[in-house]
Design a protein around this ligand. Structure first.
Ligand code: URA
Length: 237
């Protein structure tokens, strides 16, 4: 069996439906805002000028020594993420779990293995094409959901990581990433049904791989979200 077919089967996505070669571009009205005030709304808006940023090494050191919130008290180490400036894809999760905390790498536990399967199904792998980061860099005790305060406190790091990468597509994995970056509390169903802009970057919301492990029926919808992300990257409007 071809390796991609094996991953698609693992994702519950076989038999495969193949996206059209040249799907028609999404109409502008499909690219609707996630905020009532219209922020992040214009798909055609030029990306804002980048502020001066510390180089990745400085940022990495700041994250490693951060004590801005209580999450630092119980971490083994902060998990910076896999940041490749210029990578076209960037995936954003919620926060490190036990294995990530132990190894200092993002998405290396069970959810990470499913994320790797999703990457493989897209013809991608961890490396220069793909950056991976989390909203919070330190593991919340007992893998609880990070609080709004913890997410907001850590957000400046993530914003700088995104600015350093300047991805052509952002994929927000789950509600915490979507709510934090898009500054909204809309339900996932509404967030997944549209394409957003974050700082001028086309942004797609999909289910978190940990949720998919508990709810495999949502894998097919996730694949559709990922295909839309790939379409936005390869056929920008
Ligand atoms: N879940 C996340 O959101 N991020 C990780 O790095 C691992 C699990």
């Amino acid at each position: 069996m071809h390796v991609q077919e094996a991953y698609w089967r693992e994702l519950g996505l076989w038999p495969l439906w193949v996206p059209r070669e040249n799907p028609s571009p999404a109409p502008p009205e499909a690219l609707s805002p996630s905020r009532a005030d219209g922020k992040n709304q214009e798909i055609s808006a030029p990306p804002p000028a980048l502020p001066d940023l510390p180089v990745t090494g400085d940022l990495r050191r700041q994250v490693a020594s951060c004590t801005r919130c209580a999450l630092h008290e119980q971490r083994k180490q902060a998990v910076f993420g896999l940041i490749h400036p210029g990578s076209p894809w960037m995936f954003i999760g919620e926060g490190p779990g036990a294995e990530e905390d132990a190894r200092g790498l993002p998405f290396v536990g069970p959810a990470g293995r499913l994320l790797d399967g999703m990457l493989t199904a897209l013809g991608l792998e961890r490396g220069p094409q793909v950056s991976i980061a989390n909203v919070v860099k330190c593991r919340p005790p007992h893998n609880r959901t990070p609080s709004d305060h913890e997410c907001a406190t850590c957000l400046p790091f993530l914003r700088q990581q995104i600015a350093q990468v300047q991805p052509r597509i952002l994929v927000l994995l789950g509600k915490v990433a979507a709510h934090t970056l898009l500054d909204t509390s809309l339900p996932m169903a509404q967030l997944r049904s549209r394409t957003h802009l974050f700082e001028g970057i086309p942004t797609v919301v999909t289910w978190h791989p940990a949720y998919l492990l508990r709810t495999p029926a949502e894998k097919a919808g996730t694949w559709a979200d990922l295909c839309r992300a790939r379409h936005l990257l390869t056929e920008p409007t």
